[in-house]
Design a binder for this molecule. Structure first.
Ligand code: C2E
Ligand code: MG
Ligand code: MG
Length: 656
């Protein structure tokens, strides 16, 4: 007896291992892609098993009785399973690139897929009478019939279909997967071709098994997509899936669930228990979906945000599921003796009905809890999507992108009044965004988002260039202006080349550093890494004025005010709003006194009324003779550059 394993036996062993692993891991259920893959592996196993056992029986000469029946059966099964593999692979591709709906909506495509399978069954069954596919001679010799070519043709038909789907939707496959599939085809074709030319060279099954091995190792790592910590599918997979859905216009429903107090819960539970909590929520979502008939998958998108991506489009079912989760999260959740009080916001989106681009869905995910009414009701995105403010917030990423692409930014300038000199001495540069669809968009909205997305660096650069250009073209002395201030975001303060860039721009434009002021927010001043201190120190040493903006809104880290070289402190409008509260008025006066004692120049922002302007001008204590600088609508709103110059020309006491 031959002591070596044949190619076919090796192939059988490899495929058997896959089959067992799929059964043990219960991969035959769950997603459709999994089930199709499982059927394919089963068919590969059957085909190799039949190939082997058919050959083995034939060795014993002319089979008779039930052996003959068995021999014919395995040979027939071989042909059926071999063709089904190719046909199933086509289905696998449709399902795995998430274009299953493309396949199912088209009846003709369904029929075209089914007919060749039916022909195979028909031909193979006919073989029992006509021996048109194969025959086993009395000496056990196996010979092919004429119709075998038809079976090969049908396999080729599915193979070409599969290749064309692969090529046509290659953008939906990641690169690995695309090349692996192409390589698989090459490998299988080579095997089939080699065995067709030389039937004694039994390499076909081995090539098939190797192609499967390669595919399983490179592509089928579905379980990696499930985050073991939360039990939900990972973020990157969500992006992949949603992108594909939008490309292929696959209709999906999305229930967005944001637990807005997730950081408090995490603080309360600690990280490990918090993960258990997320896992619990995922489990509840999965099991309630099963009960409600909502066919969907749970994605955890970080920061307390879950997305429930569903194939069910029936609104009643979607609403029921969302309602169930609302009720679940509106009540205390018990976890190992801890009682958690989640605060969740829920929004239902239908794609592509409600929105055209997938980015919109992701920006919505990060913003909807700020933009929807503060209720725990389940909201439908479509009820709000026409509201201008809602749209602006949820489409902020695209708005920013458009503005950067099409120079949609402009600098406005707001005069700063000196109560000592009784004239305008400076101005603050404030950015404005003109959007082609939404008109003017407030920086209070887009600056925080551009900080989160990183767009702030490009925007900051624009501000820097525009302001320095503006100063260089302005006759500051003639207008009686000493400096123009601009806002520097925290993200800019940690730019490594910030100082050099500012110096270069100033030098190139022949602008004196003293003409420029930079406003840091309290948050920026509060970042303590060396780079911030280093940048600010160097800018100050170079002669640029440094102001601390929005004083009183953050933690007002007094220590940082003393350690950073700050020339001016800008009291936030929230102080102004409280001038009529006698206690607050004491705080305001003491704050100004304290800052004056530290040698800082004090500016008050957001003064809208003459009465308030007077209050600040007339503060008199041992240390203060009035708050020296005032900025606010009472004097002037921020204006476009030319209107600002015109305003100063007409309103400076010595110029008017
Ligand atoms: P900020 O730097 O504190 O600017 C003052 C804000 O108060 C401006 O709002 C200004 O228009 C507004 N304001 C001035 N006087 C009054 C008043 O009397 N009443 C009221 N109600 N508001 C007044 P704006 O222009 O909407 O800017 C909002 C914030 O956006 C700014 O606050 C600043 O933090 C940020 N920002 C604006 N432009 C830029 C920029 O170029 N770069 C960066 N990084 N941030 C900017
Ligand atoms: Mg400012
Ligand atoms: Mg401010």
């Amino acid at each position: 007896m031959n002591a070596y394993l044949s190619f076919d036996e090796c192939a059988l062993a490899i495929v058997l291992i896959f089959l067992i692993s799929q059964i043990v891991r219960k991969q035959y259920r769950g997603s459709r892609t999994n089930s199709i893959m499982f059927m394919m592996i089963t068919m590969i196993f059957v085909s190799i098993f039949c190939d082997l056992s058919g050959g083995a029986i034939n060795q014993y000469g002319y089979p008779a009785g039930w052996i003959r029946f068995f021999s014919y059966t395995v040979n027939l099964l071989y042909f059926i399973s071999r063709n089904l593999i190719a046909a199933l692979f086509v289905l696998y591709l449709y399902s795995s690139v998430d274009i299953w709906h493309v396949f199912t909506v088209n009846r003709i495509r369904n029929i075209v897929w089914f007919i060749p399978v039916a022909i195979v069954l028909f031909i193979v069954l006919l073989n029992g009478r006509l021996f048109n596919v194969f025959e086993i001679a009395p000496d056990g010799k196996y010979s092919r019939g004429n119709w075998i070519i038809l079976l090969y043709a049908i396999t080729a038909f599915y193979a070409i279909w599969g290749i064309s789907v692969t090529l046509r939707f290659r953008k939906l496959l990641n690169k690995d997967k695309f090349y692996v599939i192409i390589f698989m085809y090459v490998m299988i074709f080579s095997g089939v071709f080699a065995q067709y030319i030389r039937p004694g060279f039994l390499i076909e099954s081995f090539c098939l098994a190797m192609a499967l091995l390669f595919f399983m190792v490179m592509v089928r790592r579905e379980e990696n997509q499930i985050d073991p910590i939360t039990g939900a599918t990972k973020y990157n997979e969500a992006i992949d899936r949603v992108t594909k859905n939008f490309i292929t216009h696959k209709p999906v429903s999305v229930i967005l669930i944001k637990i807005i107090n997730y950081s408090n819960i995490s603080l309360y539970l600690g990280q490990a228990k918090f993960n258990e909590f997320l896992h619990l929520v995922t489990d509840v979502m999965n099991s309630s979906a099963e009960e409600n008939g909502y066919v969907a998958e749970v994605f955890y998108l970080e920061s307390g945000l879950f997305a429930f991506l569903g194939e069910t489009l029936d609104e009643e079912i979607i609403s029921n599921e969302a309602g169930f989760m609302r009720d679940y999260l509106a009540n205390p959740v018990e976890l190992d003796g801890f009682t958690i009080m989640p605060d969740a916001r829920i929004c239902i989106v239908k794609c592509p009905e409600d929105m055209e681009e997938f980015q919109t869905l992701f920006s919505l995910g990060t913003t909807f809890h700020h933009t929807l009414p503060e209720t725990r009701d389940v909201h439908f995105y479509r009820d709000y999507c026409d509201d201008k403010n809602f749209k602006i917030r949820s489409e902020m990423n695209e708005i920013l992108f458009r503005a950067i692409e099409s120079n949609g930014f402009e600098m406005y300038y707001q005069p700063i009044y000196s109560t000592v000199e009784k004239r305008f001495v400076a101005a603050e540069a404030l950015i404005r965004l003109h959007d082609r669809y939404y008109g003017l968009v407030s920086p209070a909205l887009f600056i925080p988002i551009s900080e989160a997305t990183g767009a702030i660096h490009e925007i900051g650069d624009f501000v820097l260039r525009s302001v320095i250009k503006f100063i260089s073209e302005l006759d500051m002395e003639e207008l009686g202006l000493k400096y123009i201030e601009m806002n520097l975001s925290a993200a800019q303060c940690i730019e490594v080349d910030l100082v050099e860039r500012i110096q270069n721009l100033l030098e190139k434009s022949h602008v004196r550093p003293e003409s420029l002021g930079l406003e840091l927010t309290e948050t920026a001043a509060d970042i303590n890494p060396e780079i911030v201190d280093h940048n600010i120190m160097r800018l100050h040493d170079y002669g640029i004025r440094i102001a601390l903006d929005d004083y009183g809104t953050g933690y007002s880290n007094v220590k940082r005010v003393t350690t950073l070289p700050i020339d001016q402190v800008k009291l936030d409008k929230s102080f102004v709003d409280m001038v009529d509260d006698p206690q607050m008025w004491i705080v305001i006066q003491d704050t100004i006194s304290m800052l004056k004692e530290m040698g800082k120049e004090v500016l008050v922002e957001g003064v809208e009324e003459e009465r308030v302007a007077k209050m600040f001008t007339e503060i008199r204590t041992d240390l203060i003779q009035g708050c020296e600088l005032i900025q606010g609508f009472y004097f002037c709103k921020p204006l476009p550059a030319d209107e600002f110059v015109e305003f100063i020309r007409t309103h400076q006491p010595d110029m008017a």
